[in-house]
Design a protein around this ligand. Structure first.
Ligand code: XMP
Length: 509
């Protein structure tokens, strides 16, 4: 992205991605890189307008603590140190940091000087989110104190002349009352002219694609998920008739989803190849009960089909992938926490002879959804909840058949409809049905009903790493259960899964 930007150096805080997102929410481009960045490269970067040193779990005085190349302080751009970042500034520029005895954690009241650069426009008394044990006991000579708390003398510091600032709390966390204003105050110091707004970003993304592919053909594999759909849509706008989309329908998507993908892309002016391979997938899955084997079979079959299709296509130079910023950060900044990586059915063979093009690699998931909206994609596609690559095969316990998948699709549709009727969706991040494989006796009218046990799963989560089951009210659950038993023949009983993650996982297999 060729835009003026703020660079966030990653010192390992769990909030580091959030800093980047908040800056972007304020209309400025920001990116996260490993703290060990090469300062020589930064020196020549005219687009770099400010630097933020993130928080981190270390202590600055530990032997192999993450450090900073002090040449960064001479780059002549405003710098903001957050928590560990502030301690690093103090340690390196002549202040002193000591191990604290009490951990200051959670909501913390502070007193600030509202005439200072960072705190102008805020309140003298305010609530912040803290998470630190070490504290600064002496600040470097050119600095002044601009905030303190009951337990910590230096909660905010600034060197106005050199535009270097430090805060001991996390402005990026919503619990910090004036967090966005404080970040805005820092951004103002950076004097950035370019804006980060999806409406403007679209044009740049489209131009970048055109520049990169230079009239060659691009192949895009659609999985039915948000990322690959947005990539294909963007490519369609950028290069239209030079795009070939491939959609492998393995029969394991939710009800109507394959149809929606097909309709959406058939309406665009692009070559669309639909591989109807449901039978092949069900044949390969026949009798397979082990979850890991199911995943491997689906992945391998997808590659087999994709290979077959792409080998018949001439003139393709590029392969488009829906890599997003979270994936880039994962592999790029070794400091960030590793999020469980899954085999994705959209994952393509490494030996394909194409150049890769990753048009949305700078965007967060919510920005990808926004991009889809700006491009005019239907809400039911951009707003899709996360869905596992192996699809419903890992929600049909034991062996998978077309009949079982069809029954599950019907149940799942009711669950989704009912949850989506509620404005807050019970705060559910993911919600679906599972065919448990158990059978149970029930009664419908006067008739014995021996049928499937289905489970409803609804969880709140941020990234799928941990999750809590949603506290759906009993009336809503009862309504779902009644609808499921009445409307889906073959189901005898409905249960609600109240396992959180850990110790459970979100998916059942
Ligand atoms: P678990 O079940 O591990 O799932 O708690 C965490 C998140 O990852 C999704 N998931 C997958 N996504 N390929 C994917 O692309 C997979 O094989 C896969 N398995 C689980 C799951 O839906 C949840 O959002």
């Amino acid at each position: 992205m060729k835009k003026e930007y703020i660079l966030v150096l990653d010192y390992g805080s769990q909030y580091n991605q959030l800093i980047v997102r908040r800056i972007r929410e304020l209309g400025v481009y920001a990116k996260l890189v490993h703290h060990n960045v090469d300062v020589e490269i930064l020196k020549d970067d005219a687009l770099l307008k400010g630097i933020i040193l993130s928080g981190g779990p270390n202590s600055v005085y530990e032997e192999d603590a993450f450090t900073i190349d002090t040449a960064i302080f001479d780059l002549n751009v405003p710098i903001l140190g957050i928590c560990y970042g502030m301690q690093l500034i103090c340690q390196k520029l002549g202040g002193e940091v000591i191990p604290g005895t009490v951990k200051e954690f959670g909501k913390t009241a502070i007193e600030v000087n509202t005439n200072s650069t960072l705190f102008k426009g805020t309140n003298e008394h305010q609530i912040t989110w803290m998470s630190h044990t070490d504290k600064v006991i002496k600040i470097p000579d050119s600095y002044v104190k601009v905030a303190h708390s009951k337990n910590t003398e230096f909660v905010g510091i600034e060197d106005k002349d050199n535009k270097i600032f430090g805060i001991q709390f996390h402005p990026e966390v919503t619990h910090t009352e004036y967090g966005m204003r404080i970040l805005q105050n820092f951004i103002d110091e950076c004097k950035i002219k370019d804006t980060w707004k999806m409406e403007n970003v679209v044009d740049e993304l489209i131009n970048n694609i055109r520049e990169e592919v230079q009239g060659d053909r691009v192949l895009c594999a659609l999985s039915g998920g948000v990322d690959s759909s947005v990539v294909a849509y963007l490519l369609a706008k950028a290069i239209g008739s030079n795009l070939t989309c491939v959609f492998v329908d393995h029969g394991l998507l939710r009800k109507n989803e394959a149809k929606q993908v097909i309709e959406l892309f058939k309406s665009l002016n692009v070559e669309f190849i639909l591989a109807e391979e449901q039978e092949l997938f069900f044949k390969k899955l026949r009798g397979v009960c082990d979850p890991e084997r199911k995943r491997k079979i689906i992945g391998a079959t997808f590659i087999e089909v994709f290979d077959k299709i792409s080998s018949g296509l001439d003139n393709i130079k590029f392969l488009a992938q829906g890599t997003i910023y979270a994936d880039v950060i994962e592999s790029g900044t070794k400091t960030a926490q590793t999020i469980k990586s899954h085999h994705n059915v959209g994952g393509l063979p490494a030996n394909l002879q194409f150049k890769l093009i990753e048009p949305i690699r700078d965007l967060f998931k919510d920005e990808v959804r926004n991009l889809g909206r700006v491009l005019g994609m239907p809400e039911h596609i951009v707003n899709r909840q996360p869905f596992p690559g192996p699809g419903l095969a890992i929600r049909v316990l034991n062996d998978v058949t077309a009949e079982k998948v069809s029954l599950l699709q019907d149940v799942d549709e009711i669950v989704r409809n009912e949850i989506e009727k509620k404005d807050d969706k019970f705060n559910a991040w993911q919600y679906f049905a599972v065919l448990t494989g158990a059978k149970s006796v029930g009664v419908i009218g006067d008739m014995r009903n021996y049928g499937e046990v289905v489970a409803i799963r609804a969880v709140s989560s941020i990234d799928g790493m941990s999750a809590d089951f949603c506290r759906i009210d009993y009336d809503a659950l009862a309504h779902m259960a009644t609808r499921i038993i009445n409307e889906v023949p073959g189901v005898a009983r409905v249960v609600y899964d109240i396992t959180s993650k850990p110790p459970g996982t979100i998916e059942w297999e």
